[in-house]
Design a protein around this ligand. Structure first.
Ligand code: DX5
Ligand code: ZN
Length: 220
């Protein structure tokens, strides 16, 4: 039975009403909170940091999936664990010793994720695939919400899915950027397990209904 997950991206929420939007996710059919941390160096944008994550995790009642778009993420692994992250995803492009970073994340009791930019081949993950709990395939260039989905993503998902199956690994595939009701079914079919959705959820009239529909499409 398919169990595709939906992870609304809090970056697209209304920060003036953050608690209201966190409760909306708590009470919806969403599975995870997707939290984007940007440092203005790895990506050309700065999102929010530790105090805001603390405020989110004080109210969130579901898995907290933290996506670090920062250089040298090793510096903050312990702190993110303390702040309540359940999954900590680092960028392949930001890690010199990726294998070591993954072990350090797991040592703090979190699941270890690796995100790859649109130009990064999934083949580069082959030698560490069994050490990765989640691969986040960026389907936009990281740094901003509301950008259009890059079509080449489908074939990356298929290739990664083949690699995971071949290696008998449990790694989940997450898609991040430009996810809507137009691409959810095809992403799911290609092998995606988790769909992150920011603008599509938060810019809609009825957010819980949008989450519910997206989940239905992903699981159809
Ligand atoms: C982009 C972030 C995404 C973003 C997705 O750099 O990693 O998580 O919030 O937003 P949408 O769904 O609007 O593309
Ligand atoms: Zn993200």
């Amino acid at each position: 039975m398919s169990n595709k997950l939906i992870a609304p991206s809090v970056l697209a929420s209304d920060f003036g009403n953050l608690q209201r939007d966190i409760e909306m996710i708590n009470n919806s059919e969403a599975d995870w909170f997707h939290i984007d941390i940007m440092d203005g160096v790895f990506v050309p944008n700065i999102s929010f940091g530790m105090p805001v994550l603390k405020a989110i995790s004080d109210h969130a009642k579901k898995t907290i999936d933290v996506h670090l778009m920062i250089v040298d993420p090793d510096r903050y692994i312990k702190e993110f664990a303390k702040l309540g992250a359940n999954i900590l995803t680092v960028h392949y492009e930001a890690c010199t010793h990726l294998h070591r970073t993954l072990q350090a994340i797991k040592a703090e009791g979190m699941k270890a994720g690796v995100a790859i930019n649109p130009h990064t081949s999934v083949d580069l993950l082959k030698d560490v695939i069994k050490d990765i709990d989640l691969v986040c395939i960026m389907s936009v260039n990281p740094g901003f919400g509301g950008h259009s989905f890059i079509e080449n993503t489908y074939q990356k998902v298929q290739r990664l899915k083949e690699m995971i199956t071949l290696n008998n690994s449990e790694t989940l595939i997450e898609i991040d950027g430009g996810v809507t009701d137009k691409n959810a079914a095809e992403l799911s079919k290609a092998g995606a397990d988790v769909l992150v959705a920011g603008s599509f959820v938060f810019k809609s009239e009825n957010q819980p209904e949008t989450i519910k529909n997206l989940k239905q499409i992903a699981n159809s």
